[in-house]
Ligand binder design. Structure first.
Ligand code: OOG
Ligand code: NI
Length: 270
């Protein structure tokens, strides 16, 4: 690990966070409620993309490899038609990275054509800069196109509205002073007025799979479509508690069955 790549990584996450809180007003409130003046350590940050050039998963992961990250897990989501990978860094103060991509060819020709039109707007040279990862949309779809995508894939619709950005940051409950359990974190959040994602239960996973996760339902913010403005779900905050797989060694991977439900944090609340 070079200190050059580590300091570049810290600068990257500062910029990514500044972008994320613009569409996630509740993120700063999460820090106030849980942090009470302490720094919050993030377990991981998640990104979404499409499996088509020039923005497929492998095209984006080069930025993390440049920062010193290495790949350490592959995940498949058959029903949602997604695949994902996770990356880790030798510097424990840097968050893990979870990147998924939509398997576009498995959807209808109509969805494929809307997505291809979106991706065609991207300048391939822009993808080669790390700041592409928080560059947002490079296109504008109509509200009807958004609805059409939503009918087939909530993920595709979310991408059409928000593009490239941090989908969520994740509080590391292991490193959160004052809380021993994920239940107590969830209770504090609910008492403070947050709505948790209840898909598959508020707590996804267990000590048996070495990872417990929960998340807020995404904030809802106004988005300007090509024809009109509409209020839709943006980004959320996740909470993760990891368990030891060996003495003094926490599990560093993800759990596909739990992740499958975390994806639903950007569904509409009702
Ligand atoms: C990613 C959902 C999965 C996790 O920690 O399991 C995930 C997403 O919603 O893009 O973040
Ligand atoms: Ni996550």
């Amino acid at each position: 690990m070079s200190s050059v790549s580590t300091s570049a990584a810290h600068a990257f996450f500062d910029a990514l966070w500044a972008d994320y809180i613009q569409r996630t007003p509740s993120a700063s409130k999460v820090h106030q409620v849980l942090g009470e003046g302490h720094d919050i350590i993030n377990d991981h940050v998640a990104f979404r993309t499409f499996n088509i050039a020039p923005v497929n998963l492998e095209a984006l992961t080069g930025h993390f490899e440049d920062m010193g990250y290495f790949a350490n897990g592959d995940y498949d989501f058959e029903q949602k038609k997604l695949r994902a990978k996770h990356f880790e860094h030798a510097d424990p103060t840097l968050p893990k990275i979870f990147i998924s991509e939509l398997l576009v060819e498995e959807f209808s020709p109509e969805l494929q054509s809307i997505v291809q039109d979106m991706v065609d707007r991207i300048n391939p040279a822009a993808v080669k800069e790390a700041k592409f990862l928080y560059s947002g949309t490079h296109w504008q779809v109509s509200h009807a196109e958004y609805q059409q995508l939503l009918a087939e894939s909530e993920y595709a619709a979310w991408m059409s509205a928000f593009g490239f950005c941090a989908n969520h940051f994740t509080v590391s409950v292991n490193e959160l002073p004052g809380y021993r359990t994920l239940e107590s974190v969830n209770q504090k959040l609910k008492d403070s007025g947050f709505t948790l994602n209840a898909a598959g239960g508020e707590i996804k996973g267990s000590a048996e799979v070495f990872l417990e996760q929960s998340s807020t339902m995404a904030d809802e913010i106004p988005v300007q479509f090509s024809d009109k403005e509409a209020v839709i779900p943006s980004c959320f905050y996740e909470f993760a508690k990891r368990y030891e797989i060996a003495e003094g060694k926490l599990y560093t991977g993800f759990v596909a069955a739990s992740a499958d439900k975390i994806f639903e944090s950007t569904n509409a609340k009702r």
